[in-house]
Write a protein that binds this ligand. Structure first.
Ligand SMILES: NC(=O)c1ccc[n+]([C@@H]2O[C@H](COP(=O)([O-])OP(=O)(O)OC[C@H]3O[C@@H](n4cnc5c(N)ncnc54)[C@H](O)[C@@H]3O)[C@@H](O)[C@H]2O)c1
Length: 413
């Protein structure tokens, strides 16, 4: 079962995804970091080797027109880049000012033609590439949701005018994806950035009406899922959390982009949703990216402090420090976001799928859905995969293995 993937934003995450995937497919490296990938591929179909990156979009002049092989050389100068990446060339996308404030020269299709034409050009490229899944990993954008589909149609007609400012590029791409779904075939749009999309009713309805899927929002890859699991641990033992501090400092372009207060706010919103959702009360918290330090590169520094009250009024503290390679953390997860998206499409699912979002995303859609711990979300996802007959074998000791074991033990007793 082939899965044909289009990438939006051929940056650190997009390029790590392309390189890592080809190296796994070539048998050069094991699939560590892909949830259902190793030691055995637990998914029946699609296999890792079924994923093909067939289209890529960026707006950075240093990337547009280059092959993924050449772009990968910019990121990994000391690595042997898979030759297969020479087959895809980065196309120009829609800019709408999404890289403002960043040290790069960017130009969008809308500067040479109308926004409507730009959208149609992208749709026809996706059509030629027969895309199934679109993965959004462009620079962090902020947006409260589309709200009303007609308003989006109007904004596209008006060249991107939106609420007194510019339409976020993500919403223009989403409009293109829905046009593709209408005129070519159903598609899955995975929104791995903080902008609201899978939590937006208008976006989810638009996908559902076109037998398509939107997943999101914001990939949950580093410190936030770890914090969510620690909070679950405390909540299950009824320890009262007095406060949570979690900060990140990194040296990649995304951390530089997050110095912009608007973008930082978007990230803070998706990161902070876990506290109340998991604990049931809103413990005071400070959870956000806090700084940029170039020498850290892609390997961010994360520090976490949780203070809580235990039995008999005892006050405990948890302090965790980690250095996390930021882009591989998300790229590995995206491999299985892509595969689960394809499984959902094959089963004719539409709208958004909470079971997928809850495990992979920081702020899972649909609107109003809770951000649960990843330990719990993993079990939900296993259950979803079982219902779709997508697993060859249940990985690890899940609730389902436990229930099977219990039945066996009862028979023995
Ligand atoms: N672990 C992680 O790295 C992680 C986790 C969760 C979410 N994210 C999100 O993933 C996204 C990408 O992160 P990154 O580290 O790869 O950033 P990056 O800056 O390296 O890459 C972003 C790429 O998008 C391109 N871009 C910007 N605007 C565009 C547009 N309008 N159209 C097409 N391309 C555009 C940029 O030129 C750049 O190549 C960010 O939004 C970030 O919030 C990352």
């Amino acid at each position: 079962m082939e899965v044909r993937v289009a990438i939006l934003g051929q940056g650190y995450v997009g390029t790590t995804l392309a390189v890592g995937l080809e190296r796994i497919k070539a048998g050069e490296i094991p699939a560590w970091g892909v949830p259902f990938g190793f030691p055995k591929d637990f998914l029946r179909e699609p296999k890792l080797t079924d994923i093909k990156i067939v289209h890529s979009i960026d707006v950075d002049e240093a990337k547009v027109g280059k092959t993924l092989y050449e772009v990968a050389q910019q990121y990994f100068p000391n690595l042997r880049i898979p030759e297969t990446l020479k087959e895809v060339r980065v196309s120009r996308g829609i800019h709408l000012g999404s890289t403002r404030g960043l040290p790069l020269k960017a130009r969008g299709l809308e500067e040479e033609t109308s926004l409507q034409d730009a959208v149609e050009r992208i749709v026809s490229e996706w059509e030629k590439a027969k895309v199934d899944v679109i993965v959004n990993v462009i620079t962090t954008e902020k947006g409260p949701g589309i709200g009303n589909w007609e308003k989006l149609v109007e904004a596209i007609k008006k060249g991107g005018e939106w609420e007194g400012g510019k339409l976020p590029a993500t919403y223009a791409y989403y409009y293109a994806a829905m046009l593709y779904a209408e005129t070519v075939k159903p598609v899955a749009f995975a929104n791995a950035i903080p902008i609201t999309l899978a939590r937006d009713e208008a976006a989810v309805n638009a996908a559902a009406q076109r037998n398509s899927i939107v997943l999101g929002d914001d990939g949950a890859s580093g410190a936030t899922p770890l914090t969510s699991d620690l909070l679950e641990h405390l909540a299950e033992r009824n320890r009262y959390v007095k406060g949570v501090v979690q900060f990140n400092i990194g040296g990649n372009l995304d951390f530089l982009a997050l110095l912009d207060p608007e973008r930082n706010k978007a990230k803070e919103t998706t990161k902070s949703s876990i506290v109340k959702d998991i604990l049931g009360y809103d413990a005071p918290h400070f959870i956000k990216p806090t700084g940029y330090l170039e020498p850290l590169g892609d390997k961010k520094f994360v520090s976490m402090h949780i203070e809580y009250i235990s039995f008999n009024g005892a006050v405990d503290e948890m302090i965790v420090n980690v250095r996390i390679n930021d882009s591989p953390a998300l790229a590995g997860l995206l491999v299985d976001v892509i595969r689960t998206a394809k499984i959902a499409l094959e089963h004719g699912e539409k709208g958004t799928i909470y079971e997928i979002n809850a495990f992979f995303m920081k702020n899972p859609g649909p609107a109003g859905a809770k951000s649960i711990s990843r330990i719990v979300a993993y079990q939900l996802l296993i259950d979803w995969l079982l219902r779709h007959e997508a697993l060859e074998k249940i990985p690890r000791y899940s609730v389902h293995t436990f229930i099977e074991d219990l039945a066996r033990l009862r028979k023995l007793a």
